[in-house]
Design a protein around this ligand. Structure first.
Ligand code: BTN
Length: 331
């Protein structure tokens, strides 16, 4: 039996024994279930252990499932995933420079819409405005979603806002009432940045070829996992909740929320999410400075419109702003 076949059987073994945690399945029963001989079964159990599943393996009793690994693998993400099409193809890596760059490589190889790229660690994680995204091993979720929407290029920026709503809904599941979106698409818990989005577009004049939606979520970072300069302005779900969080579970929930929001976005753009965009907004009612290129503008945020643009009261009157970087001046 070749390696791929053994790995498929390893997936079957996991699916079977995880139904009853801590219960011993006899060697005979498992060999019959997987339709393999005893020696092959031993090799399959070794593969499952190498994948960092916690098992009890006893010569006389058989094999028992103890716990899955804390890894964003295909097997773990697919287990209990509620989406119809998103995340049904998973490219998972231990370490990459950037999952967004890896997603582009996968697109070149023909990755389908809804495929995702995950990594345990990024060595050159990228943020907006050519910043870096701190991506320590196994603490966060570093994810890129591959989309090929039938939309015009001008509808692409709204995808980042729609993603922020799906993220805010997801994080609010853990920290209800404490989550805000800093327009256009940073997600805060208690005023500290917890997640960011970097969408990258390939388009022609009238058509989008693909969009890569890069999402970084600080999940299990502890204070020491952040560099000094980020410690005060960034947080993680764990740091705020004071409890370790199941990254795979959070990711599954996000994929489900994203799929719902994206489906709505394709039909109604941001209209159906408008109420939530306003409710989550960290900016409405605040004085801000907005930077775009080398220019800046000051004003009071009056509202966010149905297209996701900021309505800013400046000394020139009301202005509608659809891009820029915001700093909050007055709380
Ligand atoms: C920001 O807030 O500036 C955006 C941060 C986006 C980070 C994610 S992590 C996964 C994906 N790969 C990257 O290199 N960046 C995005």
């Amino acid at each position: 039996m070749n390696q791929t076949m053994l790995e498929n059987k390893a997936d079957d073994l996991i699916a079977h024994i995880r139904k009853r945690t801590d219960h011993f399945f006899t060697w005979e029963r498992l060999a019959a279930k997987l339709m393999v001989d005893h020696d092959t079964l031993v090799r399959i159990v070794d593969i499952v252990s190498d994948w960092e599943y916690r098992l009890k393996v006893r010569k006389n009793l058989g094999v028992a499932f103890v716990a899955p690994p804390d890894l964003l693998t295909n097997t773990e993400i697919s287990y209990k995933l509620k989406t119809a099409w998103l995340g049904r193809t998973v490219y998972s890596f231990q370490s990459v420079k950037s999952t967004n760059d890896m997603a582009v490589k996968m697109i070149e190889k023909g990755a389908p819409e809804g495929a995702i790229v995950t990594a345990e660690e990024q060595t050159k994680g990228r943020g907006r405005f050519t910043r870096s995204w701190h991506s320590p091993p196994s603490a966060g979720i570093y994810l890129s979603i591959i989309l090929r929407p039938a939309l015009l290029p001008e509808d692409a920026p709204g995808i980042a806002i729609m993603t922020a709503v799906a993220l805010a809904d997801t994080i609010a599941h853990y920290r209800p009432g404490l989550v805000q979106i800093k327009w256009p698409n940073d997600v805060w818990i208690n005023g500290r940045k917890t997640a960011g989005i970097l969408t990258e577009l390939s388009a022609e004049r009238n058509k989008i070829n693909h969009v890569v939606v890069g999402v970084g979520i600080n999940v299990n970072h502890q204070a020491r996992d952040f560099p000094e300069e980020l410690r005060k302005i960034a947080t993680s779900v764990r740091r705020d909740l004071r409890k370790k969080v199941d990254r795979v579970e959070l990711l599954r929930l996000f994929l489900y929320n994203f799929e719902c929001e994206y489906q709505k976005y394709l039909r109604y753009r941001l209209k159906k999410s408008h109420a939530r965009i306003r409710r989550y907004s960290a900016l409405i009612g605040h004085e801000i400075t907005l930077a775009f290129g080398k220019n800046t503008k000051k004003g009071l945020v009056k509202d966010i419109d149905r297209n996701g643009a900021l309505i800013l009261q400046t000394d020139k009157g009301l202005e509608t702003i659809s891009a820029g970087e915001v700093t909050v001046v007055k709380e």
